[in-house]
Ligand binder design. Structure first.
Ligand SMILES: Nc1ncnc2c1ncn2[C@@H]1O[C@H](COP(=O)(O)OP(=O)(O)OP(=O)(O)O)[C@@H](O)[C@H]1O
Ligand SMILES: O=P(O)(O)OC[C@H]1O[C@H](OP(=O)(O)OP(=O)(O)O)[C@H](O)[C@@H]1O
Ligand SMILES: [Mg+2]
Length: 283
């Protein structure tokens, strides 16, 4: 089974990092090579451009792919299905025009020219609006095109908004919201190895917003502590050797609830409280 992953650009490192955290360690020099093995003899990795990955999966060069949802949509690879939102590489594709110009709504684009690296998505977007500007495909630095009279507006990626601002462009409309996805060719979705990979990646994402809490609790305070622990199922309660009437309580808690939970369990009688990160969580 082969997974296609971005070979460079901003998605390369976080993708490799996710595979590593999921236990799919890369072997045999992942550097500058087209392929790498993983610790699982049945899983290898193919490095490809983010934009080419959906095509590679659709054509069978790889079985699974990891790239932005924008790329999957742009490739119109209709024999692939999404398996998991990997929750990084979040960005929006927006229609943007010069701040001080006269394009304020989509309707102002009748007869205009729109430059983009995403002509298919852009065409689909305008097909729904009933306005049909000329679409010019560019392969980068799209934000410059309105300033060199190549285009009146652009459809491009934004996340922090810095690049648009630097180029004195304002958002006219949102076209698509994207994040990185795991997807696969439809004929491999039921394979056990595909499910294994999905579970491994999912376990990392599940664990990301969670913390593991451990504490000691006098037995007669156990109910009070149990009452204030939020989150997944009940806490695990264990005897402590020579605990002198104390038990150990372990629980998985949402990261955002940790601060309040510590205050509450302490009030309820817990002591020796430890908080740790969780690497993976398989439900
Ligand atoms: N500013 C951003 N914030 C968040 N995600 C982004 C941003 N820019 C791009 N992405 C996501 O990363 C994907 C790949 O972008 P990246 O810039 O790494 O590659 P690229 O420019 O297509 O690569 P190449 O260098 O091969 O041309 C995009 O399709 C999108 O899903
Ligand atoms: O809203 P912002 O945070 O400013 O991000 C938006 C920019 O990020 C991407 O470019 P990238 O940095 O990947 O450079 P590239 O043009 O070389 O792909 C995208 O093409 C935008 O230009
Ligand atoms: Mg880029």
């Amino acid at each position: 089974m082969r997974i296609a992953v971005p070979n460079k650009g901003r998605l390369h490192e976080p993708t490799i990092d996710l595979l590593e955290r999921a236990g799919l360690h890369l072997e045999n020099g992942a550097d500058r090579k087209l392929y790498a093995d993983t610790v699982d003899p049945d899983v290898s990795v193919l490095f490809a451009r983010a934009a080419d990955i959906p095509e590679y999966v659709a054509d069978g060069a790889a079985d699974l792919g990891i790239t932005g949802y924008d790329q999957v949509r742009e490739a119109r690879a209709d024999t692939v299905s999404e398996l998991l939102d990997l929750e990084f590489g979040r960005c929006r594709l927006v229609l943007a025009a010069p701040e001080d110009g006269d394009i304020e709504t989509v309707d102002d684009l009748a007869g205009a020219t729109v430059a983009t690296e995403f002509p298919n998505i852009t065409r689909d977007f305008f097909a729904e609006t009933g306005v049909s500007p000329d679409i010019v495909e560019v392969s980068g630095a799209t934000e410059l095109t309105p300033h060199v009279e190549m285009a009146d507006a652009i459809v491009d990626i934004t996340s922090t908004g810095t690049t648009l601002k630097m180029n004195r462009l304002a958002v006219v409309d949102e076209v698509l919201s994207s994040s990185v996805r795991l997807f696969g060719r439809e004929d491999v979705l039921e394979e056990p190895k595909v499910r294994e990979v999905r579970t491994a990646l999912s376990s990392v994402i599940q664990a990301e917003g969670k913390r593991y809490l451990m504490m000691n609790v006098p037995e007669d305070r156990l109910e009070a502590v149990r009452d204030v622990i939020p989150g997944m199922g009940g806490p695990t309660v264990m005897d402590v050797a020579n605990g002198g009437g104390k038990v150990a309580v372990h629980a998985v808690v949402d990261e955002r609830d940790v601060f309040e939970t510590i205050t509450e369990v302490k009030k309820a009688g817990a002591s020796d409280i430890l908080v740790t990160e969780i690497e993976r969580l398989v439900e």
